[in-house]
Design a protein around this ligand. Structure first.
Ligand code: FRU
Length: 486
């Protein structure tokens, strides 16, 4: 396959943003103008801007020809038009420039990624590669820095996540051992060129899926947080309900013994569409996560394919630690996308409210309710006479249900998960044209959902089935669009 040049692809993107938006195109969730995107890569703050790289097939809606694309932004409102950063054009990455990360070093942005190579019999080879973005904006590939698969492991070896500690560089990689179990390896380097295998990070999870993808490791409030996307966990009633999972463990890594003492693995997102998140620190010291709002092997349930594009990224979420768990909330800048406050009320007792005056699905709904005499609350959104999506919470059982079976297009499944609440529910919902993120109890849980409504399904209702709720406050803001400019 002969790839088009970065500038040709960028030109098509420029043209695209001049045109009328196609159906389901989101207003404030990032997606590429065409093709398939998946994992966020190389998230960083560099040279006064945020860099968001991502896995991108600019040629179609299949998992092929993985490039790194990128956009930059100073404020999460104005973004640059997507460009290609690196293309799979060399022997060491010919079947895909797979996921990786970035770090600022000597005034440049160093990128580490995995070169995916398949031979004629489909046997896999993995090369860990380096590229560098210099201040002038030029990106240069420097080739492999790790060519060998370490002994005892298969060629499922990928997704470097790099950081610096005590003057040394470290990178972890997701890998599969010969017993077909997911593992993570730690490497170190003094000069960024020669990398030494330190060994396997020892966790309590010996048998926890057949492959661990996209690890991140970072400090938050003096703890080490390990984020990972394991494949092959069995679904349970209230967890692990997607094809693959993404979650975290909180603990402390001993850099000498490589022992990681940690608590339980906890999923980061309880929705249908979330995988391979990456975490980075910005210049203000914030710890920010962006996830892929999609999952592998789900292409058939995303009808935006018909418009030539598939998948989005989540909004950037700031992480904090509370009561030994991660809380996630949209970064402060997302508030700048709020436009008119079209609905607000406070301190009323009711069992039904509806709002049908919106002219698009681009709003934030923030609600704080006490259970009062009701035992449940049901919020319908993207609703019309023909379809709706629903979020339900049962206060007594502390169970949430999200159900998309009454939508006309896309996947029609439902799911449930536990949420601490008992007497009160706080919900902050961001509804975009085809992407919804629900933040619960001040960010204790989040659920990401792709939905593909028919035109005019903009209705919202809040009700309880058996008593009166006490609405402490309810607000709806219209949300504006982010801009893509040259
Ligand atoms: C996760 C993943 C990574 C890999 C990339 C390829 O979604 O499978 O492990 O690097 O996608 O696109």
């Amino acid at each position: 396959m002969k790839f088009r040049s970065s500038s040709e692809i960028n030109k098509d993107c420029i043209e695209y943003y001049k045109e009328q938006k196609n159906k389901w195109r989101n207003n404030f969730h990032f997606e590429a103008p065409f093709g398939l995107i998946n994992d966020p890569n190389g998230l960083s703050y560099y040279n006064g801007e945020y860099y968001i790289f991502f896995q991108w097939n600019p040629y179609g809606c299949e998992h092929k020809y993985k490039h790194w694309g990128y956009v930059t932004t100073k404020n999460f409102k104005k973004f640059s038009i997507p460009k290609v950063a690196i293309s799979p054009t060399d022997w060491y990455d010919k079947d895909g420039c797979y996921s990786g990360s970035a770090i600022v070093r000597d005034g440049n942005l160093e990128l580490l990624y995995t070169g995916n190579v398949k031979d004629e019999n489909n046997n896999r080879e993995s090369y860990q590669c380096r590229a560098v973005l210099s201040k002038g904006g030029k990106i240069e590939k420097l080739g492999p820095i790790i060519k060998e698969i370490p002994k005892g492991y298969t060629a499922h070896f990928r997704d470097p996540y790099v950081w610096e500690k005590n003057g040394k560089y470290y990178s972890i990689f997701g890998i599969q051992n010969k017993e077909l179990k997911g593992r993570v390896l730690l490497y170190s380097s003094e000069d960024f060129d020669t990398w030494k295998l330190e060994g396997e990070i020892k966790t309590n999870y010996d048998n926890f899926g057949y492959m661990w993808e996209c690890p991140s490791l970072f400090e938050l409030d003096g703890k080490d947080i390990f984020v990972v996307s394991p494949q092959g966990l069995k679904a349970e009633e209230f967890k692990y309900q997607n094809i693959y999972q993404s979650g975290y463990m909180i603990g402390k890594l001993d850099y000498e013994s490589l022992e990681f003492k940690h608590g339980e693995f906890k999923e980061l997102d309880m929705g249908f569409d979330f995988y391979a998140p990456q975490v980075f620190k910005d210049n203000m010291g914030r710890t920010i996560l962006i996830g892929w709002m999609g999952l592998p092997e789900t292409e058939n349930v995303h009808p935006s394919k018909e418009c030539g594009w598939i998948h989005s990224l989540t909004m950037p979420r700031e992480l904090s630690l509370k009561d030994n768990r991660i809380y996630q909330n949209p970064i402060e800048e997302i508030k700048n996308l709020r436009e008119e406050n079209v609905f607000n009320l406070s301190d009323i007792q009711t069992d039904y409210i509806e709002y049908n005056d919106l002219l698009s699905n681009s709003y934030e709904l923030k609600l704080d309710v006490d259970k009062n005499t009701a035992s449940d609350i049901e919020i319908r959104f993207m609703a019309s006479d023909e379809e709706y999506a629903v979020f339900k919470y049962n206060f007594n059982e502390e169970i949430c249900i999200i159900d998309r079976s009454n939508m006309l297009f896309g996947d029609k499944s439902s799911r449930k998960f536990k949420l601490k609440g008992k007497n009160n529910l706080k919900i902050d919902m961001f509804v975009d044209e085809s992407a919804v993120e629900i933040y619960l109890q001040d960010g204790m849980e989040v659920a990401s959902i792709r939905l593909y409504p028919k035109d005019l399904s903009y209705g919202i209702s809040v009700k309880s089935n058996d008593g009166k709720l006490n609405i402490n406050s309810m607000n709806i803001w219209k949300m504006g669009e982010v801009e893509y400019c040259e």
